[in-house]
Design a protein around this ligand. Structure first.
Ligand SMILES: *[C@@H]1O[C@H](CO)[C@@H](O)[C@H](O)[C@H]1NC(C)=O
Length: 303
């Protein structure tokens, strides 16, 4: 085997240009008074710390809960990545922010808590922008038709999954109204915009377009939201499976709010005018039961 002889690096002199540079710079460095040198070192150190902090805040700091979402975050309209840890109603959910890396294989050294107790105060309460879902039973009001199915659909779609949220504003219930997209938003080497959750829900027929002042529809705009909703109605998807006679979530809220303020008995207008026979799915044998529980569809999803 031929033996390799390595040069002795200690004997290798730096090239001439470097030597020249050093000899030229050294006297200048020596001429700088020590306090100035110390001050510049301090300034450089501070600059590094400040920029380091900014980078950390922007990319690595976990937004532990709603209190961590400062007005600054909203102005920036930045995106945050995280896991859906629970789905409460069908237009809002709990989000565990997972910034930086280390949350997924093959580089997994950070763990998302899994029990409600451990998750307490560690998630953001996200409200999906631009849509309104049928209400579950709350505040003594009965649940709206299809609220269970809508919730089941959303759970299936996002629970335990990674989603991206663009934090837009805080609503009157301290929830963070967000533009939510489903992963993947990035693929190696290319930019792939994930699907908008609002539009996916509308398309599936489980929500209506939220049309209150201040609602966000992004660059797609209100027209696109309404178009997708109409398409779902026309195709009898989701809550439109028996036609469009169902009360919309906003009508429902208005009716209950009015009834509660005038303290009269809540009248379900649909009870008086039974929906016309709409072309039901072929395998839907049992109609909607009178006790408010839905038929085969509800059973399919109920726990
Ligand atoms: C959400 O983000 C997507 C992608 O940037 C954008 O197309 C859409 O308009 C945004 N929607 C809202 C409601 O801001």
């Amino acid at each position: 085997m031929p033996s390799i002889s390595w040069p002795d690096w200690r004997k290798v002199e730096p090239p001439e240009e470097i030597q020249g540079l050093v000899s030229r710079v050294q006297p200048k460095l020596n001429a700088i008074p020590a306090p100035v040198l110390a001050l510049s070192a301090f300034a450089l150190g501070s600059l590094t710390t400040v920029s380091g902090t900014l980078v950390y805040r922007r990319y690595f700091r976990r937004l532990k809960n709603g209190d961590w979402v400062t007005p600054n975050v909203f102005t920036r309209k930045g995106w945050v990545k995280g896991r859906v840890t629970s789905v409460g109603d069908s237009d809002n959910f709990r989000f565990y922010h997972t910034p930086g890396f280390g949350w997924n294989w093959p580089l997994k050294f950070r763990i998302i808590p899994s029990t409600a107790k451990d998750l307490k105060d560690k998630t953001l309460h996200i409200r999906v922008a631009g849509v309104d879902a049928p209400e579950a039973a709350h505040f003594g009001r009965p649940s709206q038709p299809y609220s269970e199915e809508s919730l089941a659909w959303l759970r299936e779609k996002i629970l335990g999954k990674t989603v991206y949220c663009q934090l837009l504003r805080r609503d009157q219930y301290s929830r963070i109204v967000s533009n939510v997209t489903l992963a993947p938003r990035f693929l190696p080497g290319s930019w792939v915009a994930g699907k908008s959750l609002s539009l996916e829900m509308l398309r599936a027929g489980w929500v209506t377009t939220y049309q209150q002042a201040g609602a966000e529809y992004g660059k797609e705009g209100l027209d696109e939201f309404l178009r997708v909703e109409d398409e779902a109605k026309a195709a009898h998807r989701g809550m439109w499976m028996h036609g469009t006679t169902a009360e919309s979530p906003s009508e429902y809220k208005r009716r209950h709010a009015q009834a509660e303020s005038s303290d009269t008995k809540v009248v379900d207008k649909r009870a008086k005018t039974p929906p016309p026979k709409a072309p039901a799915p072929s395998n839907a044998k049992t109609p909607v039961a009178s006790n408010g529980k839905t038929g085969w569809f509800g059973k399919l999803f109920s726990k």
